[in-house]
Design a protein around this ligand. Structure first.
Ligand code: ADP
Ligand code: ZN
Ligand code: ZN
Length: 721
């Protein structure tokens, strides 16, 4: 008999013990009973029952069922999860269950069929073929070394099994092992910097090597990926590509498919259906897929034979998960690459301060692409509009910006109006009594949505129709203050009645095909002005775009959050990078009241290095990350008194634990004090030594379970403080 320690989806650091007749290896998926319910768990360890003396063996419950070996968690994922649980101080069980697809978590044996991408080759030169589609297929076979099942399917535009069978029977084709990757699209000839990057990184294949690929937008970073991926595929290995936003996958996927038509690409993100995600997971695990392309959660994908990891837009906050298991996919990806002894590329036009600091420490290697790949494409010119001289109108836009917009429309080119909405959105107010529309569940104002004349909370689901008169003093005239995308859209439409406008924000890009539609519309010249928020800044490639106007930027400079100006710099650099990517020069106009502010000065001169050095100096001076390490203990409760009690108790406990090298800050109410009826507080802990901080957290963690008054979460390396 054996005693098996099983990890379940419960917030406990250790597993539960069960009896088994069979010896089981770590990662095995089992079904057990817990508190009268059957549950899925995974084996942590297994010992002879006579070695077990925590508890009478006779009282242990048996393992009910053992899943087949294919459904177990492989060692590399297990190790990653175990590191993640330790580093982020999150229970191992919850971590594992967060990492795996839903179907593996459920108490039901999931069915799967591993999709094998088969390859076929012409064996005879005979060409008596009927049907025009089949004729096309034959021609295609004659042109290429081999065709994959998927390619044949695409050519015939139907399920090709019958025809493949027929052709094999006729001995016209035969199945072959996946040959070297047959690329149909000719790879571009790389420029010197690209060549050097590809050469150095590929000379580090099979070794742990972090390449920080810093290249301005349009400098050909993706082209570098494609060349490296080609080499990886040729050596029959897999590549994992992580992007921060689902929106960015279609563009990349398209480029991968074009360049590597024979490759099997697995998509992993939260929007794909459970069954598909499970299949993608199984394909990656069995080595059937070559390219795994996903959002942050794809960092946990099992990989049979991975040779390279790429994290695109590595500076992007969306790589960090901000609830439940609060992990940073970039940091975990680096850990994983180290564990697997393979290179990893962190790519960005505006690398994060953390990564640049790691480069300065000698841990990362820097690869620079300093020119735009398409020779005629030049960096956009950045001009600042001084709002002290040119005030904005009610929609938040100044006259010089409108003039340039008109000129752009006359040239029949695409313009983008970017509105920075971080912490700023239209609200309704009464000038008589000062009433402002407030959410009843949160400490935030309700945002006015013009289309349906509604007030919506952007933190919880609360919404009401906008009141016709002031609810407090019955004044008949209510005012909207602040500028939102909708108001701007309305104004611009009035100004330019002929122009075709497209608003891009969370509300308008909900559907899956939304981005594809936008690209198509742009290509078909059905859009003249794009209006949108942050979303437009990220990695999108708009060929005809020559004018970018940035509105409402200044509020980021005065944020409580020390990262706000870095974020703003990055976003503006990214937005600016959208302009003039092809042969047309771009112009970027930034409206500000503070033209002398260093952020704008660095921006205007495209001086990213200057900005980074300036910011690093500032951080060092103020002892802020990355010059020290932060952890937030977050508390929340539906009851304000309970929260206050818990904050008090937490601090009392925290101070008792020895904390040499660790600084404790007294708990404070969160900036958003109330969200969805929960009151929130936080306690900051910092240290200049990571190890000291983690030691301390391990001890504190044990005490946290005793605080009954509030829900508690640990956020290691928080992005927002
Ligand atoms: P990034 O990922 O850095 O934004 P891309 O790889 O998308 O840059 O390249 C920008 C544009 O330049 C694309 O249209 C790409 O096809 C083109 N390009 C990239 N590298 C080269 C090259 N070596 N020669 C010619 N064109 C290139
Ligand atoms: Zn009033
Ligand atoms: Zn709310």
């Amino acid at each position: 008999m054996f005693v098996v320690n099983v990890v379940l989806d419960i917030p406990l650091r250790q597993g539960y013990s069960y009896l088994s007749e069979q010896q089981l290896v770590r990662g095995t998926r089992v079904q057990v009973e817990l508190r009268g319910r059957t549950q899925i768990g995974f084996v942590l360890n297994c010992i002879q029952s006579n070695e077990f003396n925590d508890y009478p063996v006779a009282k242990l419950k048996p393992i009910l069922n053992i899943s087949e070996k294919n459904l177990s968690i492989p060692t590399d994922v297990w190790e990653l999860c175990s590191f993640t649980a330790n580093y982020y101080h999150h229970p191992l069980g919850n971590t594992l269950f967060c990492a795996i697809p839903t179907l593996l978590r459920q108490d039901k044996e999931p069915s799967y069929n591993i999709s094998k991408n088969k390859f076929y080759q012409l064996t005879s030169s005979e060409s008596k073929i009927r049907g025009s589609k089949q004729q096309v297929l034959l021609t295609e076979f004659q042109r290429q070394e081999s065709l994959s099942y998927k390619q044949i399917q695409a050519i015939l535009a139907t399920k090709p099994d019958k025809i493949i069978d027929q052709w094999i029977t006729k001995q016209l084709i035969q199945e072959v092992a996946a040959s070297s990757v047959n690329t149909t699209v000719q790879a571009l000839e790389l420029n010197t910097e690209q060549q050097q990057t590809v050469a150095t990184i590929s000379s580090n294949f099979g070794k742990f090597h972090v390449g920080l690929l810093y290249g301005i937008t349009g400098s050909g970073k993706t082209e570098v990926f494609l060349h490296l991926i080609q080499k990886i595929l040729q050596s029959k290995q897999q590549v994992l590509v992580i992007v921060p936003e689902i929106n960015l996958t279609p563009q990349l996927q398209g480029r991968f498919e074009k360049r590597f038509p024979a490759a099997n690409i697995s998509l992993i993100n939260s929007e794909i259906a459970d069954k598909q995600r499970f299949t993608a997971w199984m394909n990656a695990k069995s080595g059937q897929s070559n390219i795994i392309l996903g959002t942050r959660l794809s960092v946990f994908t099992p990989l049979k034979n991975v040779g390279l990891i790429i994290v695109d837009e590595e500076h992007d906050d969306s790589l960090k998960q901000n609830d439940g298991l609060r992990y940073h996919a970039r940091d975990l990806a680096v850990w994983r690459a180290k564990q697997l002894n393979i290179p990893i590329i962190l790519a960005s036009a505006t690398p994060s301060l953390e990564s640049l600091y790691n480069y300065k420490l000698g841990k990362y290697h820097l690869y620079k692409l300093s020119e735009r790949a398409i020779k005629t494409a030049v960096l956009p010119q950045i001009e600042l509009i001084n709002l002290q001289h040119y005030p904005v109108n009610y929609a938040g836009i100044s006259q010089p910006a409108l003039d340039k917009l008109r000129a752009c429309l006359e040239r029949k080119e695409l313009a983008l109006v970017f509105i920075n909405r971080r912490g700023y959105a239209p609200v309704i107010t009464c000038y008589e009594c000062g009433w402002v529309s407030q959410c009843r569940n949160c400490s935030s104002n309700l945002v006015y949505h013009h289309e349906k004349h509604q007030l919506k909370c952007h933190h919880c689901a609360y919404q009401i129709s906008a009141p016709p008169i002031c609810p407090t003093c019955r004044n008949q005239y209510l005012h909207t203050i602040g500028h939102g995308t909708q108001k701007l859209e309305e104004f611009l439409q009035q100004q330019f009645p002929q122009a075709k406008l497209k608003r891009v924000d969370r509300d308008s890009t909900n559907s899956k095909s939304a981005w594809q539609d936008i690209y198509q519309q742009i290509a078909a010249q059905e859009i003249d002005i794009l209006i949108g928020t942050q979303m437009l800044a990220k990695g999108h490639d708009f060929p005809r775009l020559t004018l970018v106007i940035g509105l409402n930027l200044d509020n980021a400079l005065f944020s409580y959050d020390f990262r706000a100006s870095e974020d703003m710099f990055n976003i503006l650099t990214q937005v600016a990078g959208r302009a003039g990517r092809a042969e047309k020069a771009g112009l970027v106009l930034l409206q500000t009241n503070y033209i002398a502010h260093p952020v704008y000065q660095f921006l205007q001169q495209h001086d990213f290095n200057g900005f980074i050095n300036h910011t690093l100096r500032e951080r060092q001076l103020n002892k802020l990350p990355p010059f020290c390490f932060y952890t937030l203990i977050k508390l929340s409760s539906l009851n304000e008194t309970h929260l206050k009690q818990a904050m008090h108790d937490l601090f009392a406990e925290a101070k008792i634990i020895p904390h040499n090298e660790v600084t404790l800050f007294a708990p404070v109410p969160a900036v958003m004090y109330k969200i969805h009826n929960r009151f929130r507080g936080q306690m900051l802990i910092s240290s200049h030594q990571r190890a000291a901080l983690h030691n301390y957290l391990n001890k504190l963690e044990n005490k946290l379970t005793e605080l009954k008054n509030a829900a508690i979460a640990i956020d290691v390396d928080p992005l927002e403080v």
